[in-house]
Design a binder for this molecule. Sequence first.
Ligand SMILES: [Zn+2]
Length: 120
Amino acid sequence: MEIIGSLLHEFLHVFLLLHGCLGCMENWVEGGASGHGEAFLNTMHALYTEGIRLFGRNILGKESGCMVSLAIEIVHDGTPDAENNIPDEMLDRWDVWRPRLIQEVERRRGMERDEAVPDR
Ligand SMILES: [Zn+2]
C-alpha cells in the first residue's frame, strides 16, 4: 500500500473512532477487535474506489488494503467466524480473494507465534 493509501487507512480509523458508535466498537460489524470490522472495510473500499477514479492507482497504490486489514482482524479474533465462513458476497464486495486471505492470516499467525516465544 502506498503512502496515500496508508494515510486514508489511518484517517478512517480516526473518523470511525470519533463518529462511530462507541457502544458497539467491539462488535465486528462496527469496529471489530482490531478496528477493521465490516464498517471499516466497507468504507475503506468505497474510499479507495473513489480515490482511484479521482487520482489513479499510481497515487493510491495497487491495493485497497482491505485484505490485509481483514487478515489482521481475523488474527485478533474480531470476526464471528473463521476466515472460511466469511460469505463470498462480503469478500467480493471488498475485492478479497479467499486463498490469498487465508495465506495472509496464516503468515500473521506464524508471526504472532514467533513473537510469543520468550527469549532465553
Ligand atoms: Zn488499521
